[in-house]
Design a protein around this ligand. Structure first.
Ligand SMILES: [Zn+2]
Length: 494
C-alpha cells in the first residue's frame, strides 16, 4: 500500500449550501467521477459518486466532490458500473498451458508466448487477484510475480500431499512438503527424515515460504479398479488444521467425492477446493432430485460453515476435449496466443486420448454432462440452504484446453447462473466472500477507502446481466487504468 498519501481532512461544509467539498491532497492519482458503484456490500449506490485513488490505494469514496490537489488521471464513468476486481480462489498459474514437460521442451516459442500472455488473460476477464492452490514448481510462481502488470498472486506453494497419496504416487522428489503418515504399505523412503514431514514441520515451512494457504488432499483415486491412494486420518487432519491455523494459514483440502466431502465436512476444514460432483454409487436421473445421502453430507458442510468451491469448470473443461468445434470459439483468441491454439487444433485427438484413452467421445460427453449437472444441482442446494459458497475455477484442472485462463472464470460464472445462483451472490462470492475466506478483506473485495485500487469499469450492470463480466471497458490494477483490449492475446499478435 502506498503510504505516502497526505490526507487533508479539511472538509469544506459550506453552511446553507447543499453541496460540500472534501479537500484531498494526493501526489499522483486517479479520479473516477459519475461512478455507479456496484459493490457486493452496497448494491444500490446512486450513479453520482467520486472515487479518488492515490498510488495503488483508494483514499476516498463519496458523493461530495473532492477538491483535489495534485496530478490526476480522470475517468468519467457515466453510464458505467464500477466493481471491485475479481478474485479467483483456485488457480494453478504454473501449469496453465496444458502441455506436458516434454511438449514444453519441444515448443519453447509457444511456451514463451503463453507465459507472457498468462497474466494478461486473467486481467482481460477482470481477475485482479489469484490464489494458486498448489504447484510442483514453486519457482514458477516467482516468474509470474516478476511480470510488471499482473494480477496480485497469493499461493499455497508446494502442496502438503499425503505421503504416497494422490499427487505423490511413488514418492516423487519434487513435492518437498509431503506429510508422512504411518502406513505399513508405504514406509517412508530412507532418504527422508520423518521429523521433516510432520504437520508441524510442513506448516511452518509452508508459512515461511510466504504462502497463505496450506493445501492438502483427500483423494482415494478416480478409478475403482485400481488400489486406493492413502488418505489422511481424522487425527492427522485435526493436527493439520491446528498447525495451519497456528501459522495463519487457511486449510484448503482437495476433495470431490461423497466420501471426501463427508470426511471434510465433519473435520470442519476451512475450505473444500471442489464441489461434490462425484456421487459414488448414486446417479442423477430425470427427476433431478438429490439423493438423501448426498443431502446429508451437504447439510453437515452447511452446518459447519465449511467453504465450498463448486469448480464447475473442472468437469466442463474435460468434456470440451470431446468437442471438435471448441477451439474455433473466437473468445479463445483473447486468452491463448495464436500459435498455442494452432498447436491444440493439431493435437486435440492426442490430448483426448491422453486423458480418456480409447473411450468413445459421445459416451464421455454424455457422462460428463451428467456429472456437470450433479455439480450444478448441489451448488443450488448449497445456495438455497445458506452454504458458504466460494468462487474458484481450478484453472487448469488437468491437461485440457477447456480451462482457458481468465475466460474460465467467466464460464464458471455462466454455469453458476445456469445452476440458479443469482447475480448478486455471484458478485459477492468472486469479491468480498473470497477476500474474507482467505483473510484478504483488508485489501480486497469492496470499493471502499483503504482498499487496494483494483477495480473494473463495466459497460453493463452485473446484477442484471451476467454477460457484464465479458463487457469490461477498463481494468484498474494497482491504481493504473488500462483499456481491456490491451490485455487481449490478439493485441500481442499485432
Ligand atoms: Zn486445483
Amino acid at each position: 500500500m502506498n503510504k505516502t498519501i497526505v490526507l487533508l481532512l479539511s472538509i469544506f461544509s459550506l453552511i446553507s449550501c447543499k453541496t460540500s467539498e472534501v479537500g484531498i491532497l494526493v501526489e499522483k492519482g486517479l479520479l473516477i467521477q459519475n461512478a455507479q458503484i456496484t459493490s457486493p456490500e452496497n448494491q444500490t449506490m446512486s450513479p453520482d459518486n467520486f472515487i479518488v485513488v492515490d498510488g495503488d490505494e483508494i483514499v476516498y469514496v463519496g458523493k461530495d466532490k473532492p477538491n483535489l490537489k495534485g496530478s490526476f488521471t480522470i475517468i468519467d464513468a457515466r453510464g458505467r458500473y464500477i466493481i471491485p476486481g475479481l478474485i479467483d480462489g483456485h488457480v494453478h498459474v504454473t501449469g496453465t498451458d496444458a502441455l506436458s514437460d516434454e511438449e514444453e521442451l519441444d515448443n519453447p516459442e509457444i511456451v514463451k508466448k503463453f507465459r507472457e500472455q498468462l497474466p494478461k488473460s486473467y486481467l482481460y476477464f477482470g481477475y485482479t487477484t489469484l490464489i494458486d492452490l498448489g504447484t510442483a514448481k514453486p519457482e514458477r510462481l516467482t516468474d509470474f510475480q516478476k511480470t510488471e502488470i499482473r494480477p496480485d498472486l497469493y499461493y499455497a506453494g508446494g502442496g502438503a500431499v499425503i505421503g504416497n497419496g494422490y499427487g505423490l504416487s511413488n514418492w516423487k522428489d519434487d513435492i518437498p512438503n509431503f506429510i508422512y503418515q504411518e502406513n505399513e504399505d508405504y514406509p517412508i523412503p530412507e532418504k527422508y527424515l520423518k521429523e521433516n514431514h510432520t504437520p508441524k514441520a510442513v506448516a511452518e515451512r509452508i508459512a515461511a515460504s510466504g504462502a497463505i494457504v496450506l493445501k492438502t488432499y483427500y483423494e482415494p483415486g478416480f478409478d475403482p479398479t485400481q488400489p486406493r491412494f492413502p488418505t489422511p486420518s481424522k487425527a492427522l487432519m485435526e493436527e493439520l488444521k491446528t498447525e495451519a491455523h497456528k501459522n495463519n494459514l487457511v486449510l484448503v483440502v482437495h476433495g470431490n467425492s461423497l466420501e471426501a466431502h463427508q470426511f471434510l465436512g465433519n473435520a470442519k476444514v476451512d475450505i473444500v477446493a471442489h464441489g461434490l460432483w462425484n456421487w459414488g454409487s448414486h446417479r442423477l436421473d430425470s427427476t433431478n432430485a438429490i439423493p438423501e445421502e448426498i443431502k446429508q453430507v451437504l447439510d453437515v458442510e452447511i452446518e459447519n460453515n465449511v467453504g465450498y468451491m463448486p469448480t464447475l469448470q473442472v468437469i466442463n473443461g474435460l468434456r470440451e476435449l470431446t468437442d471438435s468445434d471448441y477451439l474455433n470459439n473466437p473468445e479463445l483468441e483473447h486468452v491463448f496466443p495464436k500459435n498455442l491454439i494452432e498447436y491444440y487444433k493439431a493435437n486435440s485427438n492426442v490430448m483426448y486420448a491422453n486423458v480418456f484413452g480409447g473411450a468413445p467421445k459421445n459416451i464421455i460427453a454424455t457422462n460428463f454432462n451428467r456429472i456437470s449437472n450433479q455439480g450444478k444441482i448441489n451448488l443450488k442446494y448449497m445456495f438455497d440452504h445458506g452454504g458458504n459458497i466460494l468462487f474458484g475455477t481450478d484453472t487448469p484442472s488437468s491437461p485440457t484446453f477447456g480451462n482457458p485462463p481468465g475466460y474460465n472464470g467467466y464460464l464458471e460464472m455462466l454455469e453458476m447462473e445456469k445452476a440458479g445462483v443469482p447475480p448478486s451472490k455471484i458478485l459477492a462470492m468472486a469479491t468480498i466472500e473470497n477476500a474474507k475466506a482467505f483473510n484478504l478483506d483488508q485489501l480486497y473485495g469492496t470499493v471502499e477507502s483503504g482498499k487496494k485500487a483494483n477495480l473494473l469499469v463495466l459497460n453493463k450492470n452485473p446484477l442484471q446481466d451476467i454477460t457484464a463480466y465479458n463487457d469490461i471497458e477498463q481494468v484498474i490494477i494497482n491504481g493504473i487504468p488500462f483499456d481491456r483490449k490491451t490485455f487481449s492475446a490478439q493485441k500481442g499478435a499485432e
